[in-house]
Write a protein that binds this ligand. Structure first.
Ligand SMILES: NC(=O)c1ccc[n+]([C@@H]2O[C@H](COP(=O)([O-])OP(=O)(O)OC[C@H]3O[C@@H](n4cnc5c(N)ncnc54)[C@H](OP(=O)(O)O)[C@@H]3O)[C@@H](O)[C@H]2O)c1
Length: 307
C-alpha cells in the first residue's frame, strides 16, 4: 500500500521500518527532519510537510500526545485537510477518548475513514514487529488497513466499529501496567529491605504464578534499577494516567489506584525524573520504606529529596 507515516520517535521509527520491510511504499514525516534520514536510506520517501505524507491510501500517526496529534491532524495543511476521499487515517498514538471522538467525526464529515489502532509493547517490540494492536473502526476500513497493522504487530485484536473504544482499551491497559509497577515496587521494597536478592525474587515470580511479559519486563527493569535510557518516558506515562482518569470521570467510574499512581508520577517528576522510564516511580515505595539511600537515587538518576 501507499502509506504515510507521521511521528518517528522511539515507537514510530521501528513501526515505519517494518512497513518498508513488508514492501509498502512508505512516505515519512517527522517534526525534527533528521530522524527520517535512516528510514530514507532504507527506502522511504521523505515528506517535508505533513500534507506530503497524506497523498496515499492511508496515513498513520504515532505522535507523543493529544496536542501533537491535534496540531498535525487539524492544523493548517494537516491530515484532515489533505487526505483523499475514502483515505484512511490510522491513529496509533495513545490519546484521549475525547480526541478520538473528535477525529472520528471530522474524518467522517470529510468523507475519509478513521481507524484507531493504539499499540501495546515497548520500542524493542516495535522494532521487531512484535506489537499487539487494539483496533476499532468501520469494518471495511479495518479490513483495508490490516496489511499495515500486520507489518508492525504480531497480533491485532478488533474492538468493534467505534474508534474511541480502542483508545479506552489502550488507556485501561496502561492503567493495569502502572498498577503492576506500583505493586512490584512495593513488594520489592519489602523483600529488598529484608536483604533478599531481588533478581532471584523476580526469577521465582516469573517462573511460577506471574509468568507474563509485564512482570518479566518491569520486574527486570526494577531489579536492575535500569530507568535510563527511557523506553517509555515518565511524562508520557503520566499523560496516560491523566487520560484514564479523564475517561473514568466522564463515565463516572472511580479509579482509586489510578489516583495513587497520579501522585507517584507527580513525586517522580517533582524530583527530576523527567528523562527516566515511567517505571522509575517504583523506587518511591523503597524510599517510603527508608530504604533508598541518596546513592541509590543517584544510581537511578533521581536527585535525592534532601539535595
Ligand atoms: N514508548 C513506548 O513504550 C510506547 C508504547 C506504546 C504506546 N506508546 C505511545 O506512542 C506514542 C509515541 O510514543 P514514543 O515513545 O514514540 O514517543 P517519543 O519517542 O517521544 O516520540 C514522539 C513523537 O511525536 C512527535 N511530536 C511531539 N510533539 C509534536 C508536535 N507538537 N508536533 C509534531 N510532532 C510532535 C515527536 O517529534 P520530534 O522527533 O520532532 O520530537 C516524535 O516523532 C505516545 O502516544 C505513547 O504514549 C509508547
Amino acid at each position: 500500500m501507499k502509506v504515510g507515516f507521521i511521528g518517528l520517535g522511539n515507537m514510530g521509527s521501528g513501526m515505519a521500518a517494518n512497513l518498508i520491510e513488508a514492501g509498502h511504499e512508505v512516505t515519512v514525516y517527522n517534526r525534527t527532519p533528521r530522524k527520517a534520514q535512516k528510514l530514507v536510506e532504507e527506502g522511504a520517501r521523505h515528506a517535508a510537510q505533513v500534507a506530503d505524507a497524506c497523498r496515499g491510501d492511508a496515513v498513520i500517526t504515532m505522535l507523543a500526545d493529544d496536542s501533537a496529534v491535534e496540531s498535525v491532524v487539524f492544523g493548517d495543511a494537516g491530515v484532515v485537510g489533505n487526505l483523499r476521499q475514502g483515505g484512511i487515517h490510522i491513529s496509533s498514538s495513545t490519546i484521549s477518548v475525547a480526541l478520538s471522538e473528535k477525529m472520528t467525526a471530522a474524518h467522517a464529515a470529510n468523507g475519509q475513514r478513521f481507524v484507531s489502532a493504539p499499540v501495546f509493547g515497548r520500542p524493542d517490540a516495535a522494532a521487531a514487529g512484535r506489537l499487539f494492536v487494539a483496533v476499532a473502526g468501520r469494518p471495511d476500513a479495518v479490513d483495508d488497513c490490516m496489511p499495515l497493522l500486520e507489518a508492525f504487530g504480531q497480533k491485532t485484536f478488533r474492538f468493534g466499529d467505534n474508534p474511541p473504544d480502542a483508545n479506552l482499551v489502550k488507556l485501561s491497559g496502561n492503567f493495569l501496567i502502572s498498577s503492576v509497577i506500583e505493586a512490584l515496587g512495593e513488594a520489592m521494597a519489602l523483600v529488598g529491605k529484608a536483604g533478599l536478592d531481588q533478581h532471584q525474587y523476580i526469577d521465582f515470580l516469573t517462573s511460577t504464578l506471574f509468568n507474563a511479559p509485564v512482570y518479566k519486563t518491569y520486574g527486570g527493569l526494577i531489579a536492575d534499577k535500569k530507568f535510563e535510557p527511557a523506553g517509555f518516558a515518565a511524562p508520557l506515562g503520566f499523560k496516560d494516567n491523566r487520560l484514564v482518569l479523564a475517561a473514568a470521570e466522564t463515565l463516572r467510574v472511580p479509579l482509586p489506584l489510578a489516583c495513587l499512581i497520579y501522585n507517584r508520577f507527580l513525586t517522580l517528576l517533582a524530583h527530576g525524573g523527567e528523562s527516566l522510564d515511567w517505571s522509575a516511580f517504583s523506587q518511591l515505595a523503597a524510599e517510603d520504606a527508608g530504604q533508598a539511600s541518596r546513592s541509590t537515587w543517584r544510581d537511578v538518576g533521581l536527585p535525592s529529596r534532601e539535595r
